[in-house]
Design a protein around this ligand. Structure first.
Ligand code: ADP
Ligand code: MG
Ligand code: ZN
Length: 481
């Protein structure tokens, strides 16, 4: 019988923390737009004789992230040196946490599309520093040390993931969880999140994990999933053909969509870890942890439940509305202003999302305040304007600084609910559309509503969209009797 295989995956995620300054020196960490090597000093350039000094904000952000990932915070941890030579690392060692990390034993929970609930343990989280960047051109390599000493946390998962889909969802959950805390931009595309995947396969039901391969160089969550799938397939065919899986580091090749060997176990570096002599142990006391815990925002899971319960939105909509903290805040403001949660959800997910996509902007750049959208929805609910005019008002408000009420008044958008005026319009339409009227009388009960709808449309057109459609229908029915 054909053997059945099971894959095992563990992820290592590096996150850049969004502090104002670097982790060991006062250099500004906001280096993105600036020329190379303008955010450097003797400390982050690794000059001999300089001493690192731990940035307190880094600890605060790291603890905040760790608490959001349900970790316990170690009251005492320490820094270690990881020694290796590479030009992007001027000290020739990276300061990290090897023996004792500041946080451990966390977990993330999420649900797959098929409903399966997954819980992934987080082994530990360590604070460390980023390296500089080398750029290779024609016959030379250029170094930019602006990134050297940017604070990172490395989040190491337990080998609890069983498929690329689970890994993909783990990353999405991690991203939205961290994004909520505001400690990092969490963007793989812009480099503030980086992820290595450890992959092994074993016979289904086995209790012993297979040999793991570490894959690097993926540049999106989708690439992580594809690299994992490729690697699972490669390992299975290797084993089925009587071969062996070697413990090695492989690189994902995005062009060819394959993994290639980077270094084997024999070539693995011996980092000669030892305690960092220039830094004190990291002591975090209970009061500090509790103070940071108080600053944690409502979790996404809690928010989703609340949206479903309080506002009666579907689970699907609640998931979309809570994925981003700013979007969810915008939505709740619209609800408060409109007093109509269902319509608020529909408009935010429909019209607002469409504009964000068209303009390729985030909600912070959306040209309309949430209260204004709320007001538009209220005008519709009150019957001052029709739903159709509401859409028009929304489009206008995107470019117009006047309040929605003012636009409606000054631009004559107010809905006509005056009976006499509508009766006159209906009379006109009935005389001008004798053929349709005859068709209405000839139609059977199944077709009648459709013909009627056509007549309503004619009246609406005659009113330039301003007539109250309910009233139009009512009057038409009366006159056609
Ligand atoms: P390293 O220093 O070699 O990167 P780490 O301890 O930092 O090792 O990370 C090991 C990662 O590999 C963890 O995410 C862990 O869950 C995962 N892992 C360990 N064993 C296996 C295995 N047999 N198959 C897949 N992943 C594994
Ligand atoms: Mg590692
Ligand atoms: Zn510096």
């Amino acid at each position: 019988m054909q053997k059945q295989w099971e894959s095992v995956i563990g992820l290592e995620v590096h996150l850049q923390l969004k502090t104002k300054t670097k982790v060991w020196c006062g250099c500004s960490a906001d280096y993105d737009q600036d020329p190379p090597n303008t955010h450097t000093c003797p400390i982050c350039l690794g000059h001999p004789g300089t001493l690192p000094k731990l940035n307190k904000k880094v600890v605060e952000y790291a603890v905040k992230g760790a608490l959001a990932l349900n970790c316990s915070i170690n009251r005492v941890s320490a820094f270690d040196r990881k020694n290796y030579f590479y030009p992007d690392m001027p000290k020739n060692y990276q300061i990290t946490q090897f023996d004792k990390a500041f946080a451990e034993k966390g977990a993330l929970e999420f649900k797959l599309k098929n409903g399966k609930e997954v819980r992934v343990g987080i082994t530990k989280i360590q604070i460390e520093e980023d390296t500089g960047k080398s750029i290779h051109v024609a016959h030379e390599s250029l170094m930019n040390y602006n990134r050297a000493g940017i604070p990172l946390i490395e989040i190491i998962s337990d080998p609890d993931l069983r498929s690329s889909e689970e890994a993909y969802e783990y990353l999405n959950t991690l991203k939205s969880t961290i994004k909520y805390t505001g400690i990092s931009d969490v963007s793989m595309e812009s480099g503030s999140l980086r992820c290595d995947a450890n992959v092994s396969v074993m016979e289904k039901g086995s209790k012993v994990f297979g040999t793991r391969v570490e894959i690097k160089n993926m540049n999106s969550f989708k690439a992580v999933a594809r690299a994992i799938d490729y690697e699972i397939g490669r390992q299975i065919s290797e084993l089925e053909e009587g071969g062996e899986v070697f413990q090695e580091t492989r690189l994902w090749d995005e062009d060819q969509q394959i993994t290639v060997v980077m270094r084997s176990k024999e070539e693995a570096m011996d980092y000669r870890y030892f305690p960092e002599p220039d830094l004190l142990r990291l002591v975090i006391d209970d009061a500090e942890v509790e103070a940071i815990r108080k600053t944690l925002p409502e979790t996404r899971g809690h928010k989703m439940e609340r949206f479903i319960k309080e506002y009666g939105v579907s689970e699907y909509d609640a998931a979309l509305l809570s994925a981003d903290r700013e979007i969810s805040a915008f939505f709740e403001e619209v609800v408060r202003a409109s007093n109509n949660p269902k319509a608020s959800a529909n408009w935010v997910l429909g019209e607002v999302f469409r504009v964000l996509k068209e303009r390729e902007i985030g909600i912070e750049a959306f040209p309309m305040r949430a209260v204004d959208l709320g007001t538009i929805l209220k005008l519709i609910d009150k019957g001052d304007i029709s739903g159709k005019l509401g859409k028009e008002l929304f489009e206008k408000k995107l470019y117009d600084l006047r309040s929605p009420e003012t636009i409606v008044r000054e631009d004559g958008m107010i809905q006509v609910s005056d009976r006499a005026a509508i009766e006159a319009l209906v009379g006109e339409v009935l005389t001008n559309n004798a053929v349709i009227v005859d068709d209405y009388y000839a139609a059977d009960d199944g077709r009648k509503p459709r013909v009627l709808k056509g007549l309503v449309g004619q009246v609406m057109k005659a009113s330039k969209g301003k007539a109250n459609p309910n009233l139009v229908t009512e009057i038409l029915l009366e006159k056609l009797k």
